[in-house]
Write a protein that binds this ligand. Structure first.
Ligand SMILES: NC(=O)c1ccc[n+]([C@@H]2O[C@H](COP(=O)([O-])OP(=O)(O)OC[C@H]3O[C@@H](n4cnc5c(N)ncnc54)[C@H](O)[C@@H]3O)[C@@H](O)[C@H]2O)c1
Length: 359
């Protein structure tokens, strides 16, 4: 763990804070990977970890991921993430969230928090009562609310960039797109695809989510599960449910030649990105195309303006194209090219700060 903290390939973390409030039962880890580009920004995960060590490791990994995501989203924010240890359904109380807010506030803005798995806009409203460095709040409390609209918009821009690279035109018109998971993000993505003239095939474990789309768009078809969907003839596969969607079996079975979806951590293990590239499948890195949500919460810090945030999410098209170009030029998979571009932006910021300090 200390190796991950101080000496990892990515240069280690800047700061890790362990927090405990005995009265409310709060146990939390706040990890700041980098502030090279600005205050660290990332959500709070509330999860029943198997051990405290597992929680710290998750915070370390997630905060590093946020540095890369924020860098490629063009945000002036570094990467941070917090985890609260425990089952939110059992221990989440107002008292605990307020205590958590005081810990975040004690960092004086080096870390800005938001929602993640297990935390919701209403929770951020509570945290914000103790901590001004809180975003992802409800519209009633000055926040921007649900981020899935801009997340879906950004994924669609990434998909257009993949279509441009793979087929020479930035449109999904006439393409067959399979969307696995039509929840908050997936259903908005289907709207963009239908409007663009794509043929859409969907699946979801929740029947009501599927029925809602079929009622609105009778031309959309549904299949029983994601295993069937990946084997259906497709041009594009869009994982929009859980992480780990791209494992060895899925990659071997995929009929699509583009993968672009909202789900976080789609690659089940290191090496999958190379298997995809070896099969000629163009993979749009998940953390790049699903950045619409973090773009929204970053915008909220300046008083939310939907059009301004949408314009920023629109840039995901150019960023995704730049990643595919870099991948081709360097002979590496797009996921590796994305990491290089993010590291480059952070290194340039550090160099500029150093030269400014010595000038
Ligand atoms: N909401 C955002 O702004 C945002 C931002 C960035 C990334 N993401 C990621 O995008 C993904 C979707 O997020 P969401 O907010 O739409 O979540 P959601 O819970 O609203 O939707 C997920 C959908 O996937 C379905 N699902 C779950 N397991 C499935 C399976 N095995 N096969 C098919 N469908 C399955 C669920 O029933 C649900 O309808 C998640 O991985 C999330 O981390 C979301």
């Amino acid at each position: 763990m200390l190796h991950t903290l101080f000496r990892s390939d990515q240069g280690g973390h800047e700061q890790v804070v362990l927090c405990q409030d005995r009265e409310s039962g709060l146990k939390a880890v706040i990890a700041i990977h980098s502030t090279a580009l600005g205050n660290a920004l990332g959500g709070t995960r509330f999860y029943p970890y198997a051990s405290e060590e597992a929680a710290v490791l998750d915070a370390l990994n997630l905060s590093r991921g946020m540095s890369y995501k924020n860098a490629l989203a063009g945000l002036d924010h570094g990467g941070g993430k917090a985890v609260i240890i425990g089952d939110p359904n059992q221990i989440k109380t107002e008292q605990l969230l307020l205590a958590y807010g005081r810990f975040v506030a004690s960092l004086g803005g080096r870390y800005v928090t938001a929602c993640d798995v297990g935390t919701y806009v209403q929770d951020m409203d509570v945290v914000a009562r103790e901590c001004r460095w809180t975003t992802g709040r409800s519209p009633e409390n000055g926040g921007a609310g649900d981020s899935s609209v801009l997340t879906a918009f950004g994924v669609f821009q990434g998909m257009r960039a993949a279509a441009q690279t793979q087929w020479g035109e930035p449109t999904l018109r006439g393409r067959r797109v399979g969307v696995a998971g039509v929840g908050k993000v997936g259903h908005h993505l289907v709207e963009h695809l239908v409007e663009d003239g794509a043929e859409v095939v969907i699946t979801d474990v929740r029947t009501e989510a599927v029925e809602r789309i079929l009622a609105r768009h009778p031309q959309v078809t549904a299949v029983t599960d994601a295993g069937v969907l990946v084997r259906t003839p497709l041009d594009v596969y869009a994982p929009c449910a859980l992480g780990g969607a791209l494992d060895d079996d899925t990659v071997a079975a995929l009929t699509a030649s583009v993968v672009c979806g909202a789900a976080n951590n789609q690659l089940a293990h290191p090496g999958v990105e190379k298997d995809l590239a070896d099969r000629g499948i163009l993979y749009a890195p998940d953390y790049v195309v699903n950045a619409g949500g973090v773009i929204q919460v970053a915008d909220e810090l300046h008083g939310f303006d939907f059009d301004r945030a949408k314009a920023k999410a629109n840039q995901i098209f150019d960023t995704t194209l730049a990643i595919f170009d870099r991948a081709k030029a360097d002979g590496i998979p797009p996921a590796a090219a994305a990491d290089r571009l993010a590291e480059q932006r952070m290194a340039e910021a550090r160099a500029a700060a150093t030269s400014g300090a010595t000038a």
